[in-house]
Design a protein around this ligand. Structure first.
Ligand code: ADP
Length: 983
């Protein structure tokens, strides 16, 4: 034991707990927390619940920080780790905070040099925060200390009792020895009284309060064994007479029987102290500690017949003692090696009884120089410092004293050290409650304090400087503000100036440009004489003069103005000061020897002096001669047209596509049965069109408006006034406005009633004639057929031949008659469409099959790609196809090919008939679908026809909402197309 071993383990634990420094003890590679004082737990922000846990589990926030790794290194290498100013992030009060520590991981080793624990001590250098915590905790701990001291006392008493009983044992033992020798003497002297005496002895032994036994012979046969012994062994009295090794077989592997046999053979007594004996008691092996004496037992003849054993169990004492020793050793090592400086001063004399390494460091002394010395003898310099008084106070009051950051002077033989420390005086109490000694704990914070003082001083200096600077700054700021204000004003003024200058520059530039190159004439006349002060190019040009006129009065420069209104006007402006505007005013000007009409829009603008008197006049004129002349031309032309239109009895209309503004001429109004002076709207015009034409007209108008193109339409009108039907033909199209955009739809409307009536009469006539012709034709055809049959029976070749020709001519004729009938029906609107759904492809195939039966002169091929269904008049569409086919045959030489195709293009079906015939001239392409139109050519003269086939085709297709057209190259052939909408 060291010189500080006078403290019990609990005291030492308390010392540690009291210590303001954080202390922890860990074992195993898992760093299991075996001990942590309150300071340490505070650092961690944990409770005592962490004791017994591996650090990784106890303080999970250390994950990612180096501490656990460092501790494992210390455990494995046994090398102590020291660090200072190390940051650790700890979860304190649920908040992660960073603390700074000086800390030591000290490997604690046993006598074999193995690490049995790590002592962790840490000082929070983050300043005083911890001191307050320590103060709080210390109070608690002190109460605990007092409680535990009481317990300690009880323990001491117990030990004392054990010691007393041990002494008794020793005494008894001694008495027995005396007794023994007396007995021997008596054996020598009085053999006779032996038996009695032996019996007495035996009884005495049996009743002795310690275990006493007599073992006979080398085999240690149980001769006499008292109850105490049996009790100690846990055996019954029946074991007497047996060999010890049979009674206690568990002693077989223990040395004690051997020792007894040795005492028996050597006659040398053996004393065993705290011998560790394993006995099977109460049904299980029990470890016990025993003090015993083995004494050779001799008979009267002085021969050794056995041995006597006296034994006492001291297990409790030994175990208690071991524990104390064990923990004392460890704790004192901890205390000694902790980096908090610690010392214990005993009694009022303040004798230094303990001082750890760290304290000796501060003192600058060795343990020999201080231990067992009075504090003030060692440090006489303390006499004038406040510490002795404080210590006295702790002794007197028993109250803890802790002071942060106090200055101390320590005089060592070499120097005087000026230190700053946090220190505490903790009273340690004796059993009577009096303060026995004082634990001094000191943390040297000199570095931190000096650093802070330096900082404070710097701060103070900075403060002074700062104040000076801010005063200077304020002045500057004031000046600055003034300057700023002035500056802003200046800026503004400058800005304004710049703007004015810019404006002036621009306007001056503009002015100059205007004067020189402007597309309008500008001139300045000064004084009442109107002296030409300046005149730009355009002005000179309008006057037909050069710059020599500048400087001359106007009436001299332009003598031709005499007699015209201008000089008077100028004089009026000059005298009145009121400007004059002229619009499209004609001036007669001499230009290159000729008098020219010059039209202009102009202003005479008076320029006045400060008194308001006119000093000069500015002329600004735009020459509009061309426009005025052009307009006059147009007006003239328009007038002529109007006369023509009116003379031709033609109405006109104008429709603004965007605004739908509708203007109609008086004639048109009349055509529709309105009065010439009436306002006639578009709807009123439309209302006059009969229902069966209305939709077609409106559609055609909308088509022209949206797609352009020509509007040509013939339709009846029911006069608004008399409800009489009249016919009109309208031609119209889109016209552009001034900017070139097509914005209005206008055209002419002619009354064609008479023409129509003529046609109607003609149609009626044709219809009637055709109808009348049909009956004789039918009889003619029947008679011809009869004659033909007869001639065939008679084998009359000539008549047969003639009748065949008659037949062919009759067929042709009836086809023509049918055509005329159709036309007349069409014209009078008597053709009705018999609408049904049918397959166009099938119809085309049928028509070609029929044609192939009768036509041998041409080869007809057909391509139908897919099934095409639509709704229409099947017979009439069929007649369109046959018409196109017969034309192809008619207008192409024998032996040529005719190709028919039927295909679907989007939502339209298209049928085409292609021949390799004469083709159609571009001029005729538009017209061949017109009624009675035939192309003039040598070929057509030889081909019969009236130009009605294609007209009827076109009518039928259009009434199906389809389109018909031809593409052709003259001499190469033609392709006729028509399309029909698919359902
Ligand atoms: P028609 O054939 O009775 O004269 P159509 O109305 O059928 O009357 O034809 C009008 C004109 O169009 C014909 O006179 C002819 O000049 C021209 N025409 C019609 N089909 C063809 C064709 N396949 N090739 C060349 N010209 C044709």
């Amino acid at each position: 034991m060291n010189n500080y071993s006078r403290f019990s383990s609990d005291e030492l634990l308390d010392i540690l707990a009291l210590s303001p420094n954080a202390t922890g003890v860990y074992t195993s590679r898992d760093i299991i927390i075996q001990y942590a004082n309150d300071a340490m737990l505070n650092f961690w922000g944990k409770s005592t619940a962490v004791i017994g846990l591996p650090m990784q589990l106890a303080i999970p926030e250390l994950e990612g920080q180096p501490f656990i790794g460092l501790l494992q290194d210390v455990w494995e290498t046994g090398i102590t780790y020291e660090a200072s100013d190390t940051a650790a992030d700890l979860l304190v009060k649920g908040k992660m905070s960073t603390f700074y520590f000086d800390f030591v991981y000290r490997a604690l080793k046993n006598s074999e040099g193995d690490v049995y624990a790590i002592l962790h001590t840490a000082t929070d250098v983050t300043e005083r925060y911890l001191n307050q915590q320590v103060l709080k905790n210390a109070k608690k701990t002190q109460q605990q200390l007092t409680r535990e001291q009481a317990l300690n006392e009880e323990l001491n008493n117990a030990i004392e009792e054990l010691r007393a009983s041990n002494e008794e044992l020793n005494e008894t033992q001694f008495k027995l020895q005396v007794l023994n020798s007396e007995l021997e003497d008596r054996v020598d002297r009085r053999t006779k009284a032996l038996a009695e005496s032996e019996a007495n002895l035996r009884n005495m032994i049996l009743q002795a309060p310690v275990a006493i036994g007599l073992f006979a012979g080398y085999d240690m046969v149980l001769d006499v064994v008292n109850d105490k012994f049996l009790e100690l062994w846990g055996r019954e009295r029946s074991v007497i007479g047996q060999k010890l090794e049979d009674v206690l077989p568990e002693l077989k592997d223990q040395p004690y029987i051997k020792i007894m046999q040795e005492v028996y053979t050597t006659n040398v007594p053996y004393i065993g102290r705290e011998a560790n004996v394993m006995l099977n008691r109460n049904g299980h092996p029990e470890q016990g500690y025993y003090n015993f004496i083995n004494q050779p037992f001799k008979n009267a003849a002085g021969e050794t017949t056995g041995i006597m054993v006296v034994a006492a169990e001291v297990t409790d004492q030994v175990l208690a003692g071991n524990r104390i020793k064990h923990s004392e050793n460890r704790l004192s090592a901890m205390v000694m090696s902790t980096p908090i400086s610690m010392a214990i001063l005993e009694g009022h004399d303040m004798v230094i009884t303990v001082a750890n390494h760290s304290m000796l460091d501060i003192w600058g002394r060795t343990s020999e120089q201080v231990l067992e010395q009075k504090l003030l003898d060692v440090f006489p310099e303390l006499i004038d410092q406040p510490f002795p008084k404080m210590l006295d106070e702790v002794f007197a009051t028993g109250k803890r004293l802790a002071i942060s950051e106090i200055a101390v002077d320590i005089v060592t033989p070499e120097t005087t050290k000026h230190l700053y420390v946090n220190f505490s005086y903790d009273p340690l109490f004796a059993a009577d409650g009096q303060v026995e000694s004082i634990m001094v704990s000191v943390v040297n914070i000199t570095d931190a304090v000096e650093a802070r003082k330096q900082l404070e001083q710097n701060e103070a200096e900075l403060q002074v400087l700062n104040e000076e600077i801010s005063a200077a700054n304020e002045e500057l700021a004031a000046t600055n503000e003034e300057l700023f204000a002035t500056n802003e004003e200046l800026n503004e003024t400058q800005h304004d100036l710049q703007r004015i200058i810019n404006e002036l520059e621009t306007s001056e530039g503009k002015l100059r440009y205007m004067l020189a190159d402007a597309p309008i004439a500008i001139a300045l006349f000064t004084g009442r004489d109107m002296v030409i002060e300046s005149a730009n190019k355009k002005a000179l040009e309008a006057w037909g003069k050069d710059s020599s006129v500048v400087g001359k009065p106007l009436h001299i420069a332009l003598p031709e103005l005499a007699g015209q209104q201008f000089l008077n006007l100028l004089d009026n402006v000059f005298t009145s000061g009121v400007a004059y505007n002229g619009n499209e005013v004609k001036a007669l000007i001499e230009q290159g020897g000729k008098t020219e009409e010059v039209y202009s829009n102009f202003v005479y603008h008076p320029l006045k002096d400060s008194k308001g008197a006119t000093t000069s006049i500015i002329l600004v004129a735009s020459i509009v001669t061309e426009q005025v002349k052009a307009r006059k031309e147009v007006q003239k032309a328009e007038e002529q047209t109007r006369f023509a239109i009116e003379a031709a009895n033609v109405g006109t209309w104008f429709l603004d596509v965007e605004t739908r503004e509708f203007i109609v001429s008086a004639r048109l109004k009349e055509q529709f049965g309105y009065r010439a002076d009436e306002d006639v709207s578009y709807d009123m015009v439309v209302a006059a069109i009969p229902e069966d034409y209305k939709e077609r007209v409106l559609k055609a108008v909308e088509r022209v408006i949206s797609t352009g193109g020509d509007y040509v339409m013939e339709h009846p009108v029911i006069g608004h006034d008399n409800q009489k039907k009249r016919w009109v033909r309208a031609f119209g199209k889109l016209y552009p406005n001034e900017s070139g955009k097509l914005t209005h739809f206008s055209g002419l409307m002619m009354d064609i009633t008479e023409q129509k009536e003529d046609e109607q009469r003609k149609n009626d006539f044709i219809g009637m004639v055709s109808h009348e012709l049909k009956t004789p034709l039918t009889s003619l055809s029947a008679y011809a057929q009869m004659l033909y049959n007869k001639a065939r029976n008679n084998d009359d070749g000539f008549t047969l031949n003639a009748l065949e020709k008659v037949n062919a001519q009759v067929k042709k004729m009836s086809a023509m008659v049918n055509g005329f009938l159709n036309v007349s029906r069409l014209e009078s609107g008597k053709i009705f469409l018999n609408m049904h759904a049918f397959r166009l492809d099938e119809l085309v195939n049928e028509m070609i099959a029929d044609a192939n039966l009768t036509i041998a002169s041409h080869s007809i091929s057909v391509t139908t790609t897919e099934a095409i269904s639509l709704t229409g008049d099947r017979d009439k569409i069929g007649s369109v196809i046959s018409n196109l086919l017969s034309n192809a045959v008619k207008y192409s030489p024998r032996g040529r090919r005719i190709e028919v195709a039927c295909e679907l293009l989007g939502n339209m079906a298209r049928v085409s008939v292609k021949d390799e015939g004469m083709g159609v001239k571009p001029n005729d392409i538009e017209k061949i679908f017109d009624r009675y139109y035939r192309v003039e050519s040598t070929h057509t003269q030889t081909v019969s026809g009236f130009g009605i086939g294609l007209y009827i085709c076109a009518e039928i297709v259009q009434r199906h909402d389809g389109r018909i057209w031809v593409e052709s190259e003259q001499g190469e052939g033609s392709t006729f197309y028509f399309t029909l909408p698919v359902n």
